[in-house]
Design a protein around this ligand. Structure first.
Ligand code: Z5A
Length: 205
């Protein structure tokens, strides 16, 4: 079977980390050989860039710089981790990928979507996720969950309007590409969210 490249997306606090553990369990049960990784990050250089991207030390970072750092981290990640894993037959489970750039830098920061698409083509070539699980829930629900956690990072301090634009772009992308992007209602209790994930992933396991 062709190894799958699966990504997990959604606004902050929507439950990606919580559900990643469940997806790993499903893949283990199906005896799939896989790696788990994340963006921004996934390589030593990518993790260093992640530190800069999330840090309040760079509060005034321009949106173009932010976009280019996301893609610099991604270029390294794709070359060093994602493509080699897929070539070895390993599935790749990635916490956020390029849909996040369209949503956060395109929607949130309102950068030109075509410019992001050009960078996507340049950095990824033909590589695209096979399946994207978009965990979606209203902002108030995700915010209430995220608010229980530690100090907000540079993105988490953005205002509601920013996150509403992020969510809108994610949902628009799912509408345009429903075969790849599966919307999961993440406002429900965890067990119900997991049922939906199993229903989607079950087809490939
Ligand atoms: N970013 C970007 O701008 N452009 C890009 O191209 C990329 C990323 C790739 C870091 O991402 C930031 O990078 C991100 C976008 C930007 N910033 N933001 N915002 P990240 O993925 O590392 O950060 P995050 O979105 O804040 O994810 P997170 O902190 O890992 O949150 P989460 O994984 O979605 O949520 P969680 O930790 O699993 O759950 C939050 C809480 O809710 C926790 O207490 C859970 O126990 C609880 N929870 C989860 N599910 C449920 C349900 N169903 N019911 C009740 N409670 C629940």
């Amino acid at each position: 079977m062709k190894p799958l490249f699966i990504t997990l997306e959604g606004t902050e606090g929507v439950g990606k980390t919580s559900n990643l553990a469940y997806i790993k369990q499903l893949l283990d049960e199906a005896k799939i050989n896989y790696i788990v990784t994340r963006e921004p990050g996934g390589t030593p250089l990518g993790e260093a860039l992640r530190g800069m991207l999330l840090s309040h030390d760079y509060k005034g970072m321009s949106s173009d710089t932010e976009l280019l750092l996301m893609f610099a981290a991604r270029a390294e990640h794709v070359a060093q981790v994602i493509k080699p894993a897929l070539a070895k037959g390993q599935w790749v489970l990635c916490d956020r990928f390029t849909d996040a750039t369209f949503a956060y830098q395109g929607g949130g920061r309102q950068l030109d979507m075509q410019r992001i698409a050009d960078l996507e083509n340049w950095v990824l070539g033909k590589l695209r996720p096979d399946l994207t699980l978009l965990l979606d829930c209203p902002l108030e629900v995700a915010r209430a969950r995220a608010d229980n956690r530690s100090t907000p990072d540079r993105f988490e301090q953005e205002k509601d309007a920013f996150f509403n634009r992020v969510r809108d772009v994610y949902l628009q992308r799912a509408k345009v590409d429903p075969n790849r992007i599966k919307v999961i209602d993440a406002s429900l209790e965890l067990a119900k969210v997991q049922e939906q994930i199993k229903a989607v992933l079950g087809k490939d396991l």
